[in-house]
Design a protein around this ligand. Structure first.
Ligand code: SF4
Ligand code: SF4
Length: 434
């Protein structure tokens, strides 16, 4: 595979082929013989069943006592498959250099107020920035807070979320190119510090880009860490301490950061006054929100089924809300909650900080979920008539005004229709058989 050698990603020498990584996987449910068989297939780059069921959740890296990085081995196999067969058309939804993607779909239906927020994020980079991330861009209102004003929020979908989701798909050549482009950009703009809204962006700069030979010497901090420190040193005053029981959903990238990430987010929630009840699958064995469940198929149904497991598990611990600290998890769980009509509130941890300091978060997740459902609906129809494809070389196209094509006009109509409660009800009922 040219410059991408397996040994760069996976420690073959240290691997005993014991299968422990796959036995402990919270998704696969393999016995020892099956686990050993499948790990051998992955090492031999044969067509392993793992590639059809893995949720790309990072956990197995933490289950290997020899630190061989079996998750990277799975990604390597996904990379080989991509080189051979490309991606299914639904993947275009999450590719910022495609015309009909999630972001352009949303731009065609977002209120002007939210378009203006995104416009602010496109301004030139400064010494210190808050990198908001392409999945936070699904909820621009999330960043509408006095707490973030001085942090210079920047970074539209053109920053590809620092290639976090692209890495989870095993698209190593694209991660490599994006890493090179972005880190050069950060260097040439003289960036000294990045606070990341999403942990995926943090982990990509700190842990993943260096595997591809891309390094940058800057200060990095997650937003949760920044908020926790400011609450503890009194810079953020909590006027309205919260009460109640919540559960926390740990995102896939948190597992590349480990205890630090899990503890910071739990400490933050406790500082606000809330009690945490853990789900059965938490921290290192946390289940994916559904995003990674589609890594082999890009099936919306696979995504929703996995999100259903997560929401049901959250409900089973009898809490008042599920708290996430990743905008992609907020996106997937919010859509699933609407489609499955599961009644549990979902909050981003940042919204809870806003509430505790006396701000009123906009919290429009339910309506935004239906905006996304409109986009999914049109895109699925469009995908029926499209073929598998490889990602275009032009990763960061020049800024251009969105041209309202046929797809976007149809999208606007579907979006308006799905604002009608009765039609939403029919939509939800039509999915029950699946
Ligand atoms: S990667 Fe680690 S846990 Fe998995 S088979 Fe190899 S040695 Fe065992
Ligand atoms: S990445 Fe997650 S789902 Fe995939 S094999 Fe590893 S632990 Fe299992």
């Amino acid at each position: 595979m040219g410059k991408y050698k397996l040994s760069k990603f996976f420690n073959l020498q240290a691997c005993t082929k014991c299968g422990n990584c796959l036995i402990n996987c919270p998704v696969l449910n393999y016995d020892i013989n099956k686990a050993k068989l499948e790990i051998k297939k992955l090492i031999n780059l044969e067509d392993s069943e793992v590639l059809y069921h893995c949720h790309s959740c990072f956990s197995c890296n933490l289950f290997c006592e020899y630190s061989c990085k079996p998750y990277n081995l799975i990604l390597y196999n996904l990379f080989i498959r991509y080189k051979k067969y490309g991606l299914p058309p639904t993947a275009k939804l999450v590719l910022p250099n495609e015309t009909f993607n999630l972001w352009n779909g949303l731009k065609s239906i977002l209120p002007q107020y939210e378009k203006n927020i995104i416009k602010e994020w496109s301004k030139p980079l400064k010494n210190n920035i808050l990198l908001v991330g392409c999945f936070t861009q699904i909820f621009p209102y999330l960043t509408d807070s006095s707490l973030l004003e001085s942090l210079n929020p920047r970074g539209t979908e053109k920053f590809w979320c620092n290639a976090g989701h692209i890495y989870q798909l095993g698209l190593f050549n694209i991660v490599d190119k994006i890493g090179e482009i972005l880190l050069n950009k950060y260097k040439s703009c003289g960036i000294k510090k990045i606070i990341t809204f999403m942990e995926a962006e943090y982990s990509m700069i700190k842990n993943i880009f260096p595997i591809f030979g891309h390094h940058i010497d800057i200060e990095l901090e997650t937003l949760s860490h920044y908020l926790l420190e400011r609450i503890r040193n009194g810079d953020i005053k909590l006027r309205n301490r919260l009460r109640g029981k919540i559960t926390i959903h740990d995102n896939c990238f948190s597992k590349s950061l480990g205890e630090d990430s899990w503890n910071i987010n739990r400490d933050l929630v406790k500082e606000l006054g809330l009690e945490i009840y853990e789900m059965k699958h938490n921290k290192k064995s946390s289940l994916c929100c559904g995003f990674g469940a589609a890594c082999y198929s890009f099936s919306v149904l696979d995504i929703i089924k996995q999100a259903q497991c997560r929401l049901i598990e959250a409900k089973s611990v009898n809490v008042q809300a599920i708290v996430v600290y990743c905008s992609a998890c907020l996106f997937i769980l919010s859509v699933a909650k609407e489609l499955l009509q599961i009644k549990i509130p979902i909050f981003h941890v940042f919204e809870l900080v806003q509430l505790a300091m006396g701000e009123k978060p906009i919290h429009n997740h339910s309506e935004r979920a239906w905006d996304i459902i409109s986009i999914f609906t049109i895109h699925l129809i469009y995908s029926i008539f499209s073929k598998r494809f490889k990602i275009k070389n032009n990763l960061i196209p020049e800024n251009s005004e969105l041209k309202l094509s046929f797809n976007f006009n149809i999208l606007k109509i579907i979006n308006k229709l799905l604002k009608i409660k009765l039609l939403r009800h029919f939509y939800v009922c039509s999915l029950k058989d699946y």
